[in-house]
Design a protein around this ligand. Structure first.
Ligand code: DAH
Length: 356
């Protein structure tokens, strides 16, 4: 067979290329185009052709190779399309989709957001402040006496200024979010004086630190939400009403509150607020130790000394403040018995809040 006849013969076979599977197609490619394939062999044959005749075969041979490659690519595409169509046709549409692990919001975040949500409905906005604070904002401006025990290393974490030297230093980890009050007040004082701002109404959520041994009931860090309202003619009745509204929104419309006299350096008068036990409804149970009441926060009228220290005229302005522990509220809502669970990130615990 001459080379010409041979080319014509292979060209005819290429025209008839067909394959019912990717494997069959690959076999065709190997048969014709691989190193030992038939078309490759034709190029070998070309080598033996006398020089003067080469030109007349070169072009048809190249065309043949291109055609074979194009045909194989085309068949490959057709097979892929057919497979995709078959897959759709045979898909089981009733099959349960792959389970997607859905994360859960942390219970403390849920509670914090709910507290913010409730107070934002009566005009409170959120203010922020640093966790590493100075003595002035955590204690000084809040009317703590110089020798107050909270200023002691046993209760407060001080930040070392020099390695190994813990005290005296005035930099510490805030022990309460009341420190944000003093930042907000000193910052707003000038605007209140000039009339540019008429009142302060903020919530300060955040993490606080205390030098406590970690146990089921105590931790060296926890979370608080502080509230502060400063305006002209703010009264204790306003405080009580705001807290009653909060308690009913948070724990249900039947919830009662009671305010017991207490002491905080930065409020006068000061009180601690109890709510009727939301577990027994106030009849007395183990959780409320049979009293029917559980303590949830501290509050009071901002001490005039604090207003003045922050640059606010206590003859013109008065205000109330309150501070609550987020873990405490979360315990009441979700009955978490061990405080450590909140910071251990055990997904068996966290997973229970998926639907909240
Ligand atoms: N800062 C107090 C604490 O950590 C809580 C507190 C009590 C905040 C009374 C207040 C308040 O604003 O008026 O125990």
């Amino acid at each position: 067979m001459t080379l010409q006849e041979h080319i014509a013969q292979v060209a005819q076979q290429v025209e008839q290329f067909s394959a019912s599977s990717q494997e069959a197609l690959e076999a065709l490619r190997i048969k014709y185009l691989s190193r030992k394939g038939e078309i490759t062999a034709l190029f070998e044959e070309l080598r033996a052709v006398p020089k003067e005749e080469k030109a007349q075969y070169g072009q048809p041979l190249n065309l043949l190779r291109q055609k074979a490659e194009a045909r194989i690519n085309e068949l490959r595409e057709l097979l892929a399309q057919k497979k995709a169509a078959d897959d759709v046709a045979s898909a089981d549409l009733t099959r349960t989709p792959d389970p997607i692990a859905i994360g859960a919001r942390h219970p403390l975040s849920l509670v914090r957001e709910e507290i913010i949500d409730i107070f934002s409905r009566i005009g409170f906005t959120v203010a922020d402040g640093p966790e590493v604070e100075d003595d002035e904002h955590v204690f000084g401006l809040l009317n703590f006496a110089p020798e107050h025990p909270a200023r002691d290393m046993q209760d407060t974490f001080f930040v070392e200024k020099e390695e190994g030297v813990q005290k005296p230093t005035d930099i510490l980890l805030r022990t309460h979010t009341s420190s944000v009050q003093t930042r907000v007040m000193t910052e707003a004082a000038e605007r209140l004086r000039s009339g540019e701002q008429s009142s302060i109404r903020v919530l300060c959520p955040g993490r606080v630190y205390r030098n406590e041994a970690i146990s089921a009931r105590a931790h060296c860090f926890f979370h608080q939400v502080e509230g502060l309202y400063i305006d002209k003619n703010v009264s204790f009745a306003d405080l009580r009403q705001a807290l009653l509204y909060f308690a009913k929104e948070m724990f249900g419309a039947d919830t009662q509150i009671r305010l017991r006299p207490s002491y905080f350096p930065f409020t006068e008068p000061s009180a601690e607020m109890d709510i009727s036990c939301n577990i027994c409804g106030g009849t007395g149970c183990a959780f409320c130790k049979g009293t029917g009441w559980v303590e949830i926060l501290g509050c009071g009228m901002v001490d005039p000394n604090v207003l003045e220290a922050c640059g606010i005229d206590s003859k013109v302005y008065s205000g109330y403040a309150f501070g609550m522990g987020v873990e405490r509220i979360a315990n009441l809502k979700y009955r978490v018995k061990d405080l450590r669970l909140f910071s251990e990130n055990d997904i068996r615990f966290l997973g229970q809040f998926q639907s909240c």
